[in-house]
Design a binder for this molecule. Structure first.
Ligand SMILES: [Zn+2]
Length: 473
């Protein structure tokens, strides 16, 4: 493959990269650059005077609170924490809301090259024909790198600090390596779910090599799982090497029940979409310790079926949320939370109009924010590390501006975040205590270079696949 080194795209020194290259004659801009440099140079960071939604009932929420980060972890959250400017980077953040980073539990990130390419496509036949069975097959390793990189950077920009990346592009070991390297270079926390690539790939055996090459520590941002099919052999392999399974399951519960009868399901397995499952299949997922991932905007737009948020709740599980891909809808967790909120309420309120009794409760903004954070962390098997703002956990958090014309005045913080905000409100993002976005800009990213690289790869993949999409019309 063409080697794409980190240095050419992202400057590991951070703020000095071209993406944040600042005009020399601008005092304000220079001050901002200095501030980012100080932030990156400090292992103690104190974020002061924000509304803090911890999502941890034991810690509680704060109308005005300070969050102290030390060596990548949340050290303390309290109404007032003192520190001297010599020993910590201190930022006053009035009228901001701090939340845990979003966890998107299902992203085919390599498809970052294919954004808006199926403007009105449905899963079958359009997606299967054009993306699964055509364009995906034409990716070279450098195209995988470009697609995953821009998806991961966009996720961070939008407040998503963790993704479950279901690769589906593992045509060769070099393709898998490029996928993982892009996740690593973007600096996102991710579960790499190794998948079957094109016919002739080394699935699943290459997972053994990938594990020792990339995932030999549990103390890192990247962890590994295996994207299985309903073929029991794939589950047997995952069980043999002791990794979690990630499975798309939509239409037919039969094969899932067979896997259950064969004793092949394990706690921590992830089930995606779940739009047509029988009560027996839901009970099986719950009783074996599985978790589910739902992509309401994508499922509604592309014909996957009615999003199964209520089915999940009815069977005693809590759903996580995901985007799937951006060929047709946005990978934006605010929009996904809002769709889940609106859809569940519509369904329940319609039943109420029909005079049905004993209805389930309507979702509240806090519910959908928990789906997008702690339930996502549980689904990704990362809830001991992230998902809530809890002292001791790694500091994956997002700072949101609540003093905009479309959110002011502050009345209810959960509703402000889940019902009023969009990615434009994301001011700062930390992953494991490292600033990835600060004062509205990604840190250390050469934006022009990323855009150029992605466009070049997009052109090449579309040319090889003999595919065009009209810019207009
Ligand atoms: Zn998928």
């Amino acid at each position: 493959m063409t080697q794409v080194s980190r240095r050419t795209v992202l400057n590991s020194a951070g703020f000095a990269a071209a993406g944040l290259a600042l005009p020399a004659d601008s005092l304000a801009a220079t001050a901002e650059g200095d501030e980012t440099a100080r932030l990156l140079g400090q292992s103690r960071i104190l974020l002061k005077r924000a509304i803090v939604l911890t999502l941890d009932p034991a810690v509680g929420d704060f109308a005005s609170g300070d969050v102290l980060i030390e060596n990548g972890r949340i050290a303390r959250i309290a109404p007032n924490i003192d520190a001297s400017p010599d020993s910590a980077f201190i930022a006053e953040l009035p009228n901001r809301i701090i939340i845990p980073g979003f966890v998107d539990t299902h992203s085919h990130s390599y498809q970052g090259l294919l954004r808006s390419l199926l403007p009105s496509g449905v899963v079958d036949p359009d997606y299967n024909r054009d993306i699964q069975n055509n364009l995906t097959l034409h990716y070279r390793p450098e195209d995988v790198y470009a697609g995953v990189l821009i998806t991961a950077l966009a996720m961070i920009d939008n407040g998503t600090t963790t993704i479950v990346d279901i690769s589906q592009i593992a045509h060769t070991p070099e393709h898998s390596d490029a996928n993982i390297r892009a996740l690593q270079d973007a600096g996102i926390r991710a579960v790499f779910a190794y998948s079957r690539g094109a016919p002739g790939s080394r699935y699943p055996d290459d997972l053994i090599r990938l594990r020792t090459t990339w995932f030999n520590s549990t103390d890192q941002l990247l962890t590994v799982a295996m994207a299985t099919s309903v073929d029991p052999k794939t589950f047997e392999f995952a069980r043999r090497i002791g990794v979690r399974s990630v499975l798309h399951i939509r239409v037919d519960s039969g094969p899932l029940l067979a896997l259950g009868r064969a004793g092949l399901l394990r706690p921590g397995d992830e089930f995606i979409h779940c739009t047509h499952l029988t009560p027996e299949a839901w009970a099986l997922i719950r009783d074996t310790g599985g978790r589910t991932s739902h992509s309401p905007p994508l499922e509604m737009a592309m014909g996957h079926g009615y999003p199964a948020i209520q089915d999940c709740l009815d069977h005693g599980l809590r759903p996580s949320l995901s985007s799937d891909h951006s060929a047709t809808v946005a990978q934006d967790m605010f929009g996904i939370m809002r769709t889940a909120f609106d859809l569940q309420r519509l369904a329940i309120l319609q039943r109420a109009m029909r005079k049905e009794q004993n209805l389930p409760p309507l979702l509240k903004p806090r519910d959908v924010l928990s789906f997008a954070t702690i339930e996502g962390a549980r689904c990704a098997a990362l809830d001991s590390k992230i998902g809530t703002l809890t002292p001791g956990k790694e500091a994956d958090l997002v700072v949101l501006r609540a003093d905009r014309f479309d959110t002011w005045p502050r009345n209810n913080a959960y509703s402000t975040v889940a019902s009023l905000m969009n990615p434009g409100h994301v001011e700062a993002v930390f992953i494991a205590g490292k600033a990835k976005k600060w004062r509205g800009s990604l840190v250390g990213v050469d934006a022009a270079r990323v855009l150029g690289m992605v466009e070049q790869s997009r052109n090449e993949v579309l040319r090889r696949g003999n595919f065009t999409v009209p810019l207009l019309g």
